[in-house]
Design a protein around this ligand. Sequence first.
Ligand code: ADP
Length: 343
Amino acid sequence: MKKTVPDTISVAEDIIAGLAIGIIYLDGSGRIALMNTRAEAMLHTSASHVTGKRIDMLPLRTPVYRVLSENSREAPVEISVNGAVLRVRSRERRQASGEQSGEIYELFDVTEEKKEKRQREEIVAMTTHDLKSPLTVLMGYIQTLRSEGEAKVHVSLLPCLDEMERSALKLLDMIDDVLDAYRLEVGLLQTTRSWCDLAAILEGCCLDMAREASLRGVRLTYHLNRDIPALNVDGKQLSRVFANLIGNGVKFTRRRGEVMVDAWQRDGRLHVTVKDTGIGIPEQDLPRIFNKYFRSGNANGFKGTGLGLTISKAIVEAHGGSITVESTLGEGSTFTIVLPCTN
Ligand code: ADP
């Protein structure tokens, strides 16, 4: 039997009304033309109250206003509504002629998903935290043995102790990264400021990394301008940022490659660049390089957690600064940090 058009429309209406995701449709004039039952429940409103209204006619701060006023077209946005977390994404609806005829908003309730993610992260953070104690004990013994030197330890074993200490320190760095990523997620990553000599901090990071660089056959050089002023910053945190960038430069650069660190002051800002002649970053990965756990395909085979840059960015931004990257695949990368000198 041939279906009539009104039949098809009412079936479509039934389907939209019963969808498990919320749907809102704004027509070509920007007025709300449709809101399904799920969206009504998610936004604690009734379709009859909002239908026919433009965004500017809705009361401010109501859930429906907040959902429609966010730019969710390029990337989904998450909005908290009465304890629930909604992920909203929108797309334009085009007519067959290609003309734009409205905007469709899709609303997903991700409260449970977020809760489970948070619980998983909490378990990882707790376990990681517990790993720190035995590691600290091991490091203590390694350091004691090293300080005894040739008096108590056979000379042939001293390089093994060096290697054990190097690996333990690396493990500690990775543990700290996982813990800081968790602190960042829950808003607990804090900065404690005091007046610091950043040139000295940078030099310290370069010297710490020099051994690793020479073991890998990478030339590490630095040029720190003398006019860098003392800054009111969290020196410990910034030192981690520099160590991360220099460490990455050394890690991702092949034998006989170079890593160069430069720092200078200009127009009341401190500029630090860490430039390497390493493997580079594929162009399509550059926008995601600071995302949590993101690692480029060409970084396979190099150890890491994909957290260092995320944490570095958060620390630099907490100081009112910025961190950017330029890179050419196969040729190298330059990371640039700019920090205000007036704090
Ligand atoms: P990790 O180094 O532990 O993987 P990061 O957050 O420090 O984590 O870096 C994320 C990713 O960015 C790396 O896995 C790598 O793909 C890329 N990356 C960072 N620094 C460099 C660099 N200097 N050269 C090439 N790729 C880099």
